[in-house]
Design a protein around this ligand. Sequence first.
Ligand SMILES: [Zn+2]
Length: 232
Amino acid sequence: MPFSDGTYEMDAAPNCAICNAPAYPECPCEAERLQIAVKQAEQRAMDERMAEIRDWVINHARQHILNAFDRLTSTRKQAHSSYLASLPNYEVYMRYSGHPPIHPMYIAQLQTQIAEAHAELKRGIDADWRASVLRYPEILDYFYGLIELRLPDDRSPRVVEPPFAAAGYADRGYADPSRLSVEKKKKKRRDREGSIPPERHTALHRIMRGPPPVPTPPIQHEAYPRPPGSYF
Ligand SMILES: [Zn+2]
């Protein structure tokens, strides 16, 4: 539907910010750049924290597994010791360091029983370890489940009015001085890599929000000037 000045809604939509093609048909540049920008921002914001969370989860899962394994094996070792102590001639065998003054037949029989008991203990410990290690997925799920990631309240002042929107939403870029110097240093490298500096994300709003912004008839145009330098 044409506006009173004869223009059409489509004509008011800005050209592609990347290749300057007309808004329709929509080219993929902006969506592609946005994907890159989101991925890079996510890496900057999350990589370090994700690594920290991963270390924390692994350490606690590992500690839990080791503790559980220790409990299992100490029970098993106690049972093993009790069994050995119950064997005929075991006490004298140990007291004489394996050379007790008894008939060689008893010694041979006892040695077989001891060897079998040791092999059984070894099999049991292997089984305990296997059972413990196989629980990792469940234990990792548990500790990851303890991590809290919270989105801020949509009504929070820091969300409604971020620092770069302080001047009535005439976006002038994020002016945190501590960040500015770093950004300047990074700019050259970033330009070479073809990525999108965070202060230039404004033009990508239409991809995030769907259709292009409501077109502004000429009479209102002065009230909503396109912020200079907001588009790349
Ligand atoms: Zn394009």
